[in-house]
Design a protein around this ligand. Structure first.
Ligand code: HEM
Length: 476
């Protein structure tokens, strides 16, 4: 028995971390508003890597880019698995890429994404981004009080066109309505605590739907049905169009043309992209608008750069991107100031590991704490300041792009849509800023409404709705 035990855990300490209660661990130490403040405190006390154990689950929080690169990039065979939860099967999301375990099916998805999303092919979507960006500007100008909805439509419509080659004209489009409906239900029902709850109390999944407190089982079957429809219907339409030779270029056409792909894998790979790509993109764009209202001097500089280098009234294209360093610096600062996925998606270790003399068990959940990383190496990190990414003569500092890349994750699980996302965020911002001016809204008595930046707790950090006024820059 002693031999077995010593094989199971070498005589090495776990990484440093807070002392916890038996079994419950540190669950009650976490701020109910979100774990970031607690993790930030732990990072100050314990350093780059922090260990905690909650309800029997080993958790490691990585607070520095350096450690993240050593573990996730350098030891990717160990650090690329995901947390398994029965809830994914219940909700019909278990074949979506971001929950797949590190294995054959996940590798197939990544190979399929590579066909359409790698950095040397994403330029083919430039017109797609720009066409939708122009529509976005028009929508916001026409109906500024619903600008959040228009940003959601922009992010969703480009992903639907990317996946199915289908042009979405408005929020009533049936595929957009289906995809955004599913995303809404899932974000409401598949919460982190439910995922954790079922892990520690797996018997919950066997309760009948009428059982008191198990009401969510009813929603489960509705959601599973919605997920199945979302996987099958738009794919079948695209496949039919492909056979008739009328399918525009898109991810499905890339996959079907590739040939050596079974249809079930292609469908599964496609099925998670909408969820992964829309809320992330729209939350960045909502933060852009928020920043323009909070920091009018930044907005003035963006406008001045566009007017000087592109010309007032002209709409920039992605070819203009290198000529607009200030705009780029604003976008890098938006991602740093409010990392869109502040704790990333948890990775899980496939075997035990030893890092700097500390023992990290197999099955440990590893969280990359972007919230902490965004602060390191920057003065007054809470201040929004695009000049951090610029040289004194206004050019981007050489490491700016690399610094920004951390917000898309590390290692083999790095976001496969990052090049596409980067273009769509740039296109939407460049077109919005060349055509629109954002400002504080006024209340009924004509007084300006002050806007406080509020980011409700969640997997994706998105500003809470705020009022704003919009005027056209193309008239007057
Ligand atoms: C600003 C926009 C976006 C941000 C900040 C973002 C960020 C991330 C992050 C942090 C992860 C987890 C990485 C990790 O586990 O280490 C991820 C995963 C993923 N992202 Fe994105 N993402 C964005 C947009 C997109 C877009 C537009 C797409 C698709 C076109 C996409 C597709 C995915 C997929 C499929 C995964 C799962 C990867 C896997 O588990 O192997 N993302 N993203």
């Amino acid at each position: 028995l002693r031999v077995l035990t010593s094989r199971a855990k070498p005589k090495l300490p776990y990484p440093p971390g807070p002392k916890g209660l038996p079994f419950i661990g540190n669950a009650f130490d976490i701020d109910p508003q979100g774990p970031q403040p607690t993790y930030a405190q732990w990072s100050k006390t314990y350093g780059d890597i922090v260990y905690t154990r909650t309800f029997g689950q080993d958790i490691v929080i990585v607070n520095s880019e350096k450690t993240a690169r050593i573990l996730a990039d350098g030891r990717s065979e160990i650090y690329s698995d995901r947390y398994r939860s029965p809830i994914y099967k219940d909700f019909g999301t278990y074949r979506m890429t971001f929950v797949l375990e590190y294995g054959k099916e996940w590798k197939t998805h990544r190979r399929l994404f590579h066909l359409s999303l790698r950095h040397d092919v994403v330029d083919q979507y430039n017109d797609l981004h720009l066409n939708h960006a122009r529509q976005l500007s028009e929508n916001i100008l026409r109906d500024s009080s619903n600008f959040f909805e228009h940003l959601d439509l922009y992010a969703g419509a480009i992903i639907i066109e990317l996946l199915y080659g289908r042009r979405v004209e408005g929020k009533d489009d049936p595929v957009f309505a289906m995809a955004s409906g599913l995303a809404e239900v899932l974000s409401r029902e598949v919460t982190a605590d439910r995922i954790g709850l079922l892990k520690v109390m797996p018997f919950l999944q066997y309760l009948p739907p009428w059982f008191p407190g198990a009401g969510f089982k009813r929603k489960v079957s509705m959601c599973r049905k919605m997920a199945a429809e979302m996987v099958d219907l738009p794919f079948a339409v695209a496949k039919d169009e492909m056979e008739r030779g009328v399918l525009p270029h898109c991810m499905i056409s890339d996959m079907l043309k590739h040939g050596r792909v079974d249809e079930s894998s292609a469908k599964a790979a496609i099925s998670g992209v909408y969820l992964a790509g829309t809320e992330t993109t729209s939350s960045v764009l909502k933060t852009v608008v928020l920043v323009m209202i909070l920091y009018p001097d930044v907005q003035d500089k963006v406008h001045a750069e566009l007017d000087t280098l592109i010309g007032r009234g002209a709409i920039p294209t992605l070819a203009d991107r290198p000529r607009l360093p200030y705009l780029q610096a604003v976008l890098y600062e938006v991602m740093r100031w409010n990392p869109p996925v502040p704790l990333g998606l948890p990775h899980v270790t496939t075997t035990s590991d030893i890092y700097e003399g500390y023992y990290i068990p197999k099955g440990t959940m590893v969280l990359f704490n972007y919230w902490e990383m965004k602060a390191r190496g920057y003065d007054d990190p809470d201040r929004f300041d695009p000049t951090r990414h610029l040289t004194p003569d206004g050019q981007l500092i050489p490491e700016a792009r690399q610094n920004n890349s951390i917000f898309y994750g590390f290692g083999k699980r790095v976001c496969p849509g990052r090049f596409f996302a980067d273009h769509s965020i740039w296109a939407a911002t460049a077109v919005m800023m060349s055509t629109l001016k954002f400002g504080r809204a006024k209340d009924l008595s004509g007084k300006y409404i002050e806007v406080e930046p509020v980011f409700p707790n969640g997997l994706i950090s998105c500003p809470a709705p705020f009022p704003c006024s919009v005027t056209s820059r193309l008239v007057g």
